[in-house]
Design a protein around this ligand. Structure first.
Ligand code: UDP
Length: 328
């Protein structure tokens, strides 16, 4: 019997490509749909690439007819929070309108299992130390609002059309494929870990630390960093959950361990053996001081087990990838 296909929409991007690899390793055929506007064709190595936007009804219909996928993993989105504030319509079009088009085509063609990339940004300002799935969702930026809208749409599609969704809310995705085949390549890069490593590698003058006067142990912001390969495994587990149980679920994916900006920088110095030049800058708008997940539900329902998410392993894998990508 041939492998069960899964459409991986946005599978040429960072988390999508790692998830395509995890699907392949678990015996599925990942069929990537990506318009390569933000992702990279060189990340598509584990199954076919169909170069199309998710709103391309004809291309997605053809892909479903050809491969008969049992599920869709939906990663495609505009993700840079600052850009969303400057150009909200781009975010509402890409993240909401195009998701509606994708779901429309999926339902019309009988694909009813959808794993959706959501985000801790849907919660807004944390009201409790650890954020579980019952936390209120009041996003404070356009990006978070677009993701929350799609969550709500999926719930309605569940009621009206029997769509089963797994809504996966990432905290801070980071690290790289342990085999060095894939990694983080955003353009422009705004995320902390690649920026720390770029400073260490001399590819940027200095790391800007956005604020050291927060009410945290060392004054810098604390985040819950999760290895991208652990997130990829969670996608496969969520996909199996949908196929086997035929019911929807929403899960927060983190580790319940927080690391500050300074701790990340110091760990990077340890792992690389090189110093990181840095400067303290003003706070970045919209950054909560402390954002850490309670992922008990994910552990209990899909067996989420973030085994690579200790900070040394994350930095070792990220550095391994970047050294190759940057010819160091
Ligand atoms: N950060 C920083 N310098 C950078 C990038 C990020 O100090 O060049 C901080 C940022 O203010 C936040 C943390 O690092 O407190 C993680 O930021 P990132 O953009 O990686 O992820 P986010 O938490 O915004 O999803």
């Amino acid at each position: 019997m041939s492998d069960i296909a899964v459409l991986v929409v946005g599978g040429a991007g960072y988390i999508g490509s790692h998830s395509a690899k995890a699907l392949k390793n678990a015996g599925f055929l990942p069929v990537v749909i990506d318009d390569i506007s933000a992702g990279h064709a060189h990340n598509v190595k584990y199954g076919p690439l169909i170069k199309a936007n998710m709103n391309d009804k004809a291309a997605i219909t053809d892909a479903i007819k050809q491969y008969n996928p049992q599920a869709i993993m939906h990663f495609a989105a505009s993700i840079e929070v600052g850009e969303g504030e400057k150009d909200p319509l781009k975010f509402y079009k890409n993240n909401v309108a195009n998701s509606i088009a994708l779901f429309d085509t999926a339902i019309e063609n009988g694909v009813k299992n959808i794993v959706f990339s959501s985000t801790a940004a849907t919660f807004g300002v944390p009201q409790s130390k650890y954020i579980d799935e019952n936390h209120t969702q009041e996003p404070i930026n356009t990006y978070g609002r677009t993701k929350l809208m799609v969550e709500k749409i999926l719930i309605d599609l569940g009621k009206a059309h029997g769509v089963n969704s797994a809504i996966l809310r990432y905290f801070n995705a980071c690290g790289a494929d342990p085999d060095g085949e894939l990694g983080e390549e955003h353009n422009p890069e705004t995320h902390l870990i690649p920026n720390v490593l770029a400073s260490i590698a001399g590819r940027r003058t200095m790391l800007s630390i956005f604020g050291d006067d927060y009410e945290t142990p060392d004054g810098t912001c604390v985040r819950d960093y999760v290895h991208v390969s652990d997130l990829a495994d969670a996608h496969v587990a969520a996909c199996k959950y949908l196929i086997e149980n035929g019911k929807s679920i929403d899960l927060n994916l983190g580790t319940k361990n927080g690391n500050s900006v300074l701790e990340i920088m110091q760990a990077a110095e340890r792992v690389t053996g090189l110093p990181c030049s840095r400067e303290i800058c003003p706070r970045r708008a919209g950054d909560p001081p402390f954002l850490v997940a309670d992922s008990t539900k994910a552990r209990q329902t899909i067996g989420f087990n973030p085994i690579r998410s200790d900070i040394e392993t994350i930095l070792k894998d990220a550095w391994n990838f970047h050294k190759k990508a940057w010819n160091i």
